[in-house]
Design a protein around this ligand. Structure first.
Ligand code: AHG
Ligand code: MN
Ligand code: MN
Length: 327
């Protein structure tokens, strides 16, 4: 008999523990889960569809956009709009946020931030990709159009955040600020089922993840830490999708680093769509997340939708060790 709780059951059971959330917030979370199932279906049969290859465009921050990125982006936004579960969306793939105009959407209290497909260079070669999401309560008045301040909120204002990793199995991991839970997708019943309750990141770990090809561009402090990693018994694992690398760290302990480089002096990864949601999850699991200046990621003020940051994220002891090089 099937005994594991589904995501929907879990969300409903826990909706009372989230202050001020009630049904609207639960509904939004459930719909993000459904959108994840739809993207999962497409990712899983990508080789059979005409979705491989570069879509021929650049996204708002200049990266090459793969076709599936665009597809996932359009799909998520259209779905969240049509189901009327939120007031607007900010996406890594779009220069501007999208405010939903219908009366029903404008009455919603929440906005969503998204990296629809993270690690898109992995798509064509059947390696893991992910979706990252975060939910904020809007600052503008309900019934008004959303504005940029609804999105430019610090990570510590997130009400919920998580990711879906399309890996050897598909798993949705999320937090509402009360611990982290993981739900593995069971294709037989078409549901995410609770497989990783109360996830806790080990204090330390055995892997570090960084694009070491940029070593010569890193600060001396970062190079010193990387030089120490092997001596600490760590091995290098780098998937090219931070969702996959951070999921590994969450399960087994480890650290993910995206430091300053000459090409990206402020780091490459976006605060709103990548760093903040994943930092919220990792902190809720007991880990640490800082930038190269030692600032807690979730406390960094957000002034632009596509603001980037350096990031050191993962097991607390490893992040502490990395940061100690800077002092
Ligand atoms: P995206 O596919 O959403 O643009 O994100 C890719 C990100 C991150 O997931 C990954 O860790 C990093 O970019 C890889 O960058 P490099 O190729 O510079 O290492
Ligand atoms: Mn990404
Ligand atoms: Mn992306």
């Amino acid at each position: 008999m099937h005994t594991k709780r589904t995501l929907d059951e879990y969300i409903i059971e826990n909706q009372n523990s989230i202050p001020d959330a009630a049904g609207e917030f639960s509904d939004l979370l459930r719909h993000i889960g459904i959108a994840g199932k739809i993207i999962n279906r497409i990712v899983n049969k990508a080789g059979l569809l005409d979705v491989f290859g570069n879509g021929g465009n650049l996204n708002a921050t200049g990266d090459e956009v793969q076709k599936l990125d665009l597809y996932a982006n359009d799909l998520m936004i259209e779905y969240l709009q049509n189901t009327g579960v939120c007031a607007g969306v900010g996406s890594e793939e779009l220069e501007q946020y999208v405010g939903f105009e219908s009366r029903h959407n404008r009455q919603r209290k929440y906005v969503v931030v998204l990296d629809p497909l993270d690690g898109s260079s992995n798509i064509d070669v059947n390696i893991s990709v992910g979706t990252i999401f975060g939910i904020y309560k809007r600052k503008s008045a309900v019934d008004d159009p959303v504005d940029i301040d609804d999105f430019c909120q610090k990570g510590e204002a997130l009400l919920a955040a998580g990711y879906i990793l399309y890996g050897t199995s598909t798993i949705l991991v999320y937090t509402t600020g009360n611990g982290v839970n993981g739900f593995t997708y069971d294709p037989g019943i078409g549901e995410f089922c609770l497989s990783h309750p109360s996830m806790v990141i080990p204090e330390t770990g055995k892997t570090y993840a960084v694009n070491q090809a940029y070593y010569s561009q890193f600060s001396n402090e970062m190079r010193n830490f990387i030089d120490k990693c092997a001596g600490m018994g760590l091995v290098l694992r780098y998937a090219g999708s931070m969702v996959a690398d951070i999921h590994r760290a969450l399960c087994q302990g480890g650290i993910f680093l995206y430091p300053s480089t000459s090409k990206n002096p402020d780091g490459k990864l976006r605060m709103l769509y990548e760093c903040n949601p994943l930092s919220f999850v990792v902190e809720q699991a007991g880990g640490s997340c800082v930038d190269e200046r030692g600032r807690r990621i979730l406390e960094i003020p957000i002034t632009q939708l596509h603001q980037r940051s350096t990031i050191l994220i993962g097991s607390a002891a490893l992040v502490g060790e990395a940061l100690s090089q800077y002092r």
